[in-house]
Design a protein around this ligand. Structure first.
Ligand SMILES: CC(C)(COP(=O)(O)OP(=O)(O)OC[C@H]1O[C@@H](n2cnc3c(N)ncnc32)[C@H](O)[C@@H]1OP(=O)(O)O)[C@@H](O)C(=O)NCCC(=O)NCCS
Length: 297
């Protein structure tokens, strides 16, 4: 069912019990997100214990591009998460996606979290398994530093968003990890989590080789928690396989460090051998394997 305003404290308590931390701090964060529009109650779906209105499990729909959203992994108490409960939540979430004109919902489920009921509920709600992903979580202090690079770097503020969009588009071909930038500069803001103009200019950078712009890296750092990721990094097809991927990845890691990131969380499709090699080379710690599911409208 949809999360009611009056059940927000119960939702905060549920999140705190899963992620650690105090329910009061989580409630404060949720209220801040509600106030600044980052959270909409219509995007949160919960199951409740009918006796005490305790939230026993939840999923949330989060936009990542104009017509693309992520459905968070189901996180429920022991004994909750029956097929009926999950099917009802996923059906509500996809109905909400249709209301919001979202064409694609992606959900990534860790191998250790998926159950036969979970899988059946996803399939019956219209989701299909589209790939497998490896994720890494590494303290930033354990990541290597960037040696001198053959690439020269400019921020998007200096290079212009048209150029960044062009390189993003080209670097997204022939890879399972490509991004859709047809929505224009707004697509970059979606990937970064906020409008670029409100962020440090180093969160979007273009790398050039002998004057040719061939690489791009986007950097996201949560100032409050230190959580960080590279929403996208890539090289145009002609520049791949020449050893430049290491330099692009190290540039991203160096920027995370410079922007105060403390935990680097990232991942790639299992079939992206070059990216998997980069994570391994750069001492990233494997955290989980997961199935990637997709719901098309
Ligand atoms: C992922 C990407 C950045 C890697 O850059 P690259 O310049 O092609 O990779 P490098 O030449 O630096 O090689 C990195 C490692 O992968 C290996 N590798 C590269 N291409 C490979 C391939 N096709 N098959 C197997 N291994 C490959 C290299 O041998 C190297 O391994 P090593 O460190 O053991 O020597 C690049 O392929 C790319 O832009 N892809 C499209 C965008 C993308 O998928 N981004 C990743 C997720 S956001």
């Amino acid at each position: 069912m949809l999360l009611q305003r009056s059940d927000l404290p119960a939702y905060a308590a549920h999140l705190a019990s899963r992620d650690g931390g105090s329910a009061a701090a989580v409630l404060k964060r949720l209220e801040r997100e509600l106030a600044d529009g980052a959270l909409c109650l219509l995007d949160v779906f919960v199951t409740l214990d009918p006796l005490d209105r305790r939230v026993t499990g939840a999923v949330r729909l989060v936009s990542v591009a104009e017509r693309v959203a992520i459905l968070t992994e189901w996180r429920g108490d022991e004994g909750s998460g029956t097929y009926e409960e999950l099917f009802a939540l996923f059906s509500e979430a996809t109905a909400r996606a249709i209301d919001r004109a979202i064409e694609e919902v992606i959900t990534r489920i860790e191998d250790r979290a998926i159950t036969p009921d979970y899988e059946r509920a996803l399939r019956c709600a219209g989701f299909r398994l589209t790939g497998r992903r490896i994720e890494y979580k590494t303290p930033v202090c354990r990541l290597p530093c960037a040696p001198p690079s053959r690439l020269t770097w400019r921020t998007m503020a200096d290079a212009g968003d048209e150029l960044v969009l062009n390189v993003l588009r080209e670097a997204s071909v022939e890879t399972p990890d490509g991004v859709d930038v047809e929505a224009g500069p707004g697509a970059i803001g979606q990937l970064l989590g906020r409008a670029y103009t409100t962020l440090d200019p180093r969160t979007a950078q273009i790398g050039s080789l002998d004057g040719d712009p061939i690489a791009v890296v986007l950097v996201r750092v949560d100032r409050h928690s230190g959580w960080s990721t590279l929403p996208f990094m890539g090289i145009v097809p002609e520049g791949r396989g020449l050893g430049l991927g290491r330099q692009v990845h190290l540039r991203g890691l160096e920027t995370i460090r410079a922007l105060g990131g403390t935990l680097y969380h990232d991942g790639t499709d299992e079939s992206n051998v070059a990216m998997v090699r980069l994570f391994e080379r750069h001492d990233c710690v494997k955290h989980s394997r997961m199935g990637a599911w997709r719901w098309p409208a």
